[in-house]
Design a protein around this ligand. Sequence first.
Ligand SMILES: NC(=O)c1ccc[n+]([C@@H]2O[C@H](COP(=O)([O-])OP(=O)(O)OC[C@H]3O[C@@H](n4cnc5c(N)ncnc54)[C@H](O)[C@@H]3O)[C@@H](O)[C@H]2O)c1
Length: 401
Amino acid sequence: MIRKPLETVRIAFIGCGVISNNHMRYYTQMDNVKVVAACDIDKPRLEAWCAKYGVENMYTDYREMLKRDDIDSVDICVHNNLHLPMTLAVLRSGRHCFCEKPMAASYKDAKRMYDEWQRLKAETGVELAVQIDTIFKPQTRLAKKMIENGELGHVYYIRCLGHRRRNRPGLDSDLSVNFYNKELAGHGAVFDMGVYHIAQMLYILGLPKLERVTGSCYLEPPRNEKMLEGREFGVEDLGLGFARYENGLTFEFMESWALHVDDVGSSFIAGSLGGLRFTNEEVRGRNWPAPGLKFITTKDERDIDIDLRVNDYENNFYEKKLDPVTQYDSNFEHWIAYLTGKIDERINTALITLHTAFLSEGIFLSSELGREIRAEEIEELSESIALKTQETPWGTFEYEL
Ligand SMILES: NC(=O)c1ccc[n+]([C@@H]2O[C@H](COP(=O)([O-])OP(=O)(O)OC[C@H]3O[C@@H](n4cnc5c(N)ncnc54)[C@H](O)[C@@H]3O)[C@@H](O)[C@H]2O)c1
């Protein structure tokens, strides 16, 4: 079933924490979006958020909010292990759902989300998107096109890197302490920043089939006990992976929140005819997903490096005009364009993040088992870690998975 395009998308929020403000940064600039309601179990936070954005309808229980009849789509901005239960509740209520990354904190939960979405989409036409902004970067668009055009030849080696020397969210920065709470977050660096980088590479490569993977996860540099205030730091600060994909592709991975290394370089994709270097930009002393792209090749026995001007207006003008579906520079613009019928196809971010969860889970399972594992074993061994119950100031919430 396909739903009729909406004129205005009436949105509700579950979770009014840090990242919800990023969603609002985009929505407040769009004429065809109206935020009609919001829910958070932290009442003062909810009230401050609603006052800031002029949202009148406030809820501390998402089930009550979902009883409204003026909601078209819900943004899920709670922590990782609540993504599955909340997304299922939203989709089952007949609303579209836009969920924060990671899709879920285990492959099993991500797969459950994907399969249930597919089943409900066939019945009611509901749509699911997962926030993953590296997919919408100009360099991702260009790199994907160059590979599809064969400009790199046979792509056989990827190095996918994300490096923070010391920036564990909630401990070294002012973000939520739930980033390192095992029960809520499930995992650390790999499922936090790692998913952005893995998703970008897998999307550029056209979602290749994973064959086997070896991984190691660590929690090493000491945590300041005073800053922890008695909380347990329950997730990894470093994840390493070495994966083999179909067609002889090797995928090397590293993602750190804390690592005593000054510079690890940046991600690249190497092919028989040419390579692409994703250049990093320092923003507030941190490396954010790569904003630049360099093409490295050899012609007539001369080595040639070309800085691709991916952020140029002119280059982007052609890229965007020639491909309406991938023309959007943000998750949010793309999602709203689809729901309002400006485009009739969209990038399947749920599928991309499902493939991402598959590799991420393989890295964990391999690390736990201390050996290489095959793709089929990830399917067999991955377990659900999504919350089934949650203690809140408003009683115990039971989640139906
Ligand atoms: N903060 C970032 O920079 C960032 C960036 C990208 C993605 N994300 C993702 O967004 C998610 C949330 O991160 P955050 O930084 O906004 O966390 P946060 O702790 O600031 O916000 C989460 C909010 O969810 C609320 N909440 C918890 N249980 C709830 C329930 N049952 N019903 C309603 N509200 C509930 C909490 O009270 C809190 O206000 C995480 O999955 C994270 O990976 C965060």
